[in-house]
Design a binder for this molecule. Structure first.
Ligand code: SF4
Length: 668
């Protein structure tokens, strides 16, 4: 008989929804929202619902596979684990543990997914990846400005007089914030959307402001200039709680509003209007995770933070420069879980440069790569180079649910359990501050196993099995240990299914910051400690006509690679009812100038690669803007990362995926 269980979404998403999962005859038959969840209230998106298909699909990996003479053959777990352990041991003895690279990403947000790090730390320490494909530059920026990256509690938006959604399509990526926007509007708040694309969120805005991609920081600087000219700044906050404002003023005086208007392609009248909106407190800013994916990305987020500070919207109810909420993840005890103290050796490659670093590594060379929770062949920029690097090692092991592009390249593919087939806890450090519990609801199909089982088995074979000799309850208790003084226990979490974490709901109230000076730092001391001047800059994207006119002449269009509507990154494309293909969305002016029609086959290219697809004309997008959704599998047309750069942002070793100029033509 069908039974409904409370559970949680494991996907790397803003919303971290509560689920009701219906199970019948040992199979998930439906995934729905849990109406009792205080934030997500029974509503979930199609990506979450598709976990039913992801769990049940006939194409799941069911057995360990080994590539023999270019073909995958089924082998037993015993043999697969013995051989992988043998290779790990042999490589460690001959070259040292750093000849192994661990490639990890965030396909599953379960807290116990971090136990892969415990395995590699206890192994002696392997080469790891540092930096971020996504939000890294912005996180670092907020650490420089505030001391950490914190957001207001979701409900506080109802205290905002004005709400600015900046570079974020919440209708697609954060549906519960979208609901709160509608509620806030009903209560009288005004909604403004700043974005190069008139997206679904812009449709409900009181005003939409179109900006040239990558120029958001400069736009923020223009708004600050107008706030100061109109004497609308919060002088008390600036005097009492900030450091380096005089230096910032000099920077602002070095550029005219006319020049800002020309570069951002936003009119001076609109910049003045925005100055009045920000000064009409409380105004909250809700930033997306795209604006930092430029060479100038960290500085962009810093200038938007500075706008919130100058306009007096920091530390007040209804305000905030909301980007991420790291205090959620900081509630858990990961150092004990991952045994970061156990590693003897240490080497890091950067996320963006990993392909070059794998190919060039010496002392030791990379001999083996183990991939967990990721699909680097599609998600890491400059895919051609990534493929070359991952093909160059003698042993590639991939743990996954499906035969992804990365798995196709592997020597061993190990079938993993999905989230409904193992117990874990889930949270998101992007939006709300509840931790959710996900029980084990069914057995994995075939011989698929939880990652944790795989690590324990390998650890046994390598002589440190005692490090994995804990029950699930013991692991979970280790994880939430520091929450016990707040009355949060595993028993309570299992009983209630979700618990509010003890975090600040209005960060920086009272003007106390986590920076070295304790103040909001326009000139960052942390930045200085890291070898930067710490000063704000008026920097622009690397690939722009202002920084590289020759390149811009050859490749006149700005390429964005936004998150798809129906897939969490690359995870769902193969499960969609209709076979996906590459859609190339272009601003109207491009279609007009090149005389292109909807649906025509076009080619997009630059010096790094090319991709083909069908044309879709965006009704309202900033001139010369193109978008291709990220994550598309090679068999469906290929990843847009064939075109993107593997350069690094100005801080935080973030990606510069959007700092990308391309050209486009019709395929004859
Ligand atoms: S993907 Fe995000 S919005 Fe969709 S169900 Fe999961 S947490 Fe909720």
């Amino acid at each position: 008989m069908a039974k409904v269980f409370q559970s949680a979404c494991p996907l790397n998403c803003w919303d971290s929804c509560g689920f009701h999962v219906t199970v019948d005859g040992g199979k998930v038959i439906k995934v729905d929202g849990d109406p009792n969840h205080p934030i997500t209230k029974g509503k979930i998106c199609g990506r979450g619902r598709m976990l039913e298909k992801r769990t049940n699909s006939q194409n799941r990996l069911l057995y360990p596979l080994k590539k023999i003479d270019g073909e995958f053959k089924q082998i037993s777990w015993e043999k697969a684990l013995d051989e992988i352990a043998f290779h790990l041991k042999e490589i460690k003895e001959e070259y040292g543990p750093l000849a192994v690279l661990h490639s990890h990403d965030y396909a599953n947000n379960g807290a116990l997914k971090n136990l892969d790090q415990r395995f590699f730390n206890c192994f002696g320490g392997v080469t790891e990846l540092k930096g971020s494909l996504c939000w890294g530059a912005g996180i670092e920026a907020q650490k420089w400005d505030f001391g950490d990256a914190y957001s207001h509690a979701p409900i506080d938006i109802l205290n905002s007089k004005n709400i600015v959604i900046w570079g974020r399509n919440v209708a697609r990526t954060n549906m519960h914030l979208y609901e709160n926007l509608q509620l806030a509007k009903k209560n009288g708040a005004k909604l403004f959307v700043i974005d190069p694309i008139h997206n679904a969120t812009a449709k409900i805005a009181d005003q939409y402001i179109s900006v040239k991609p990558g120029m958001d920081g400069l736009l923020a600087a223009g708004i600050i200039k107008e706030i100061l000219r109109l004497k609308l700044e919060d002088s008390k906050f600036l005097n009492d709680h900030t450091l380096g404002f005089e230096e910032f003023l000099k920077l602002l005086n070095s550029i005219s509003l006319e020049e800002i208007s020309k570069k951002t392609e936003v009119t001076i009248e609109m910049i003045t209007t925005l100055a009045y909106i920000f000064a009409d407190r409380p105004t909250s800013i809700h930033m997306g995770l795209g604006m930092q994916r430029y060479k100038n990305g960290g500085n962009t987020i810093r200038l938007i933070d500075a706008l919130a500070a100058v306009s007096g919207n920091i530390g007040i109810s209804g305000g905030g420069a909301n980007y991420a909420n790291l205090q959620v993840g900081q509630s858990f005890s990961f150092s004990e879980l991952t045994r970061s103290d156990a590693k003897e050796y240490h080497r890091q490659f950067t996320m963006m440069k990993q392909a070059e670093e794998i190919l060039e590594a010496v002392n030791p060379e990379i001999k083996m790569i183990i991939v967990t929770c990721g699909n680097p062949l599609l998600q890491v920029p400059n895919s051609n180079l990534v493929k070359k690097a991952f093909s160059s090692v003698s042993k590639l092991v991939v743990i996954d649910h499906y035969m992804t592009d990365t798995a196709m390249l592997a020597d061993y593919v190990l079938p993993a359990a999905t989230s409904f087939e193992e117990e874990d806890i889930y949270y998101s450090s992007m939006y709300h501050h509840y931790v959710n519990y996900g029980p084990k609801l069914l057995e994995p199909p075939g011989e698929a196993k939880p990652d944790l089982w795989i690590w324990g088995q390998l650890a046994n074979r390598l002589g440190f099995g005692e490090e994995f000799n804990y029950s699930r309850d013991e692991w979970l208790e280790m994880c939430i240990k520091h929450l016990e003084p707040f009355g949060i226990t595993l028993a309570k979490l299992k009983q209630q299914n979700f618990i509010e974490l003890p975090v600040e709901k209005i960060p920086w109230e009272g003007g106390h910051f986590k920076t070295p000076s304790g103040k909001y730092e326009f000139t960052s001391q942390l930045g200085q400690l890291k070898g930067d001047s710490g000063k704000l800059k008026l920097s622009l994207p690397e690939e722009s006509k202002w920084n590289n006119p020759k390149l811009a002449k050859e490749f006149p269009y700005s390429l964005l690679t936004i998150h798809p509507l129906r897939s969490n990154h690359s995870q769902n494309y193969h499960l969609l009812p209709k076979e996906p293909s590459v859609k190339i969305e272009v601003a109207q002016n491009i279609a007009e100038e090149l005389q292109l029609q909807e649906g025509e086959r076009v080619r997009v290219w630059n010096n790094r690669g090319e991709i083909e697809g069908y044309l879709s004309i965006l009704k309202q997008a900033h001139p010369n803007t193109i978008n291709i959704d990220e994550g598309i599998w090679t068999r469906f047309g290929g990843s847009v990362n064939l075109l993107t750069s593997n350069g690094e942002s100005d801080n935080g070793l973030g990606s510069i995926l959007y700092d990308c100029l391309v050209n486009l033509e019709k395929i004859k």
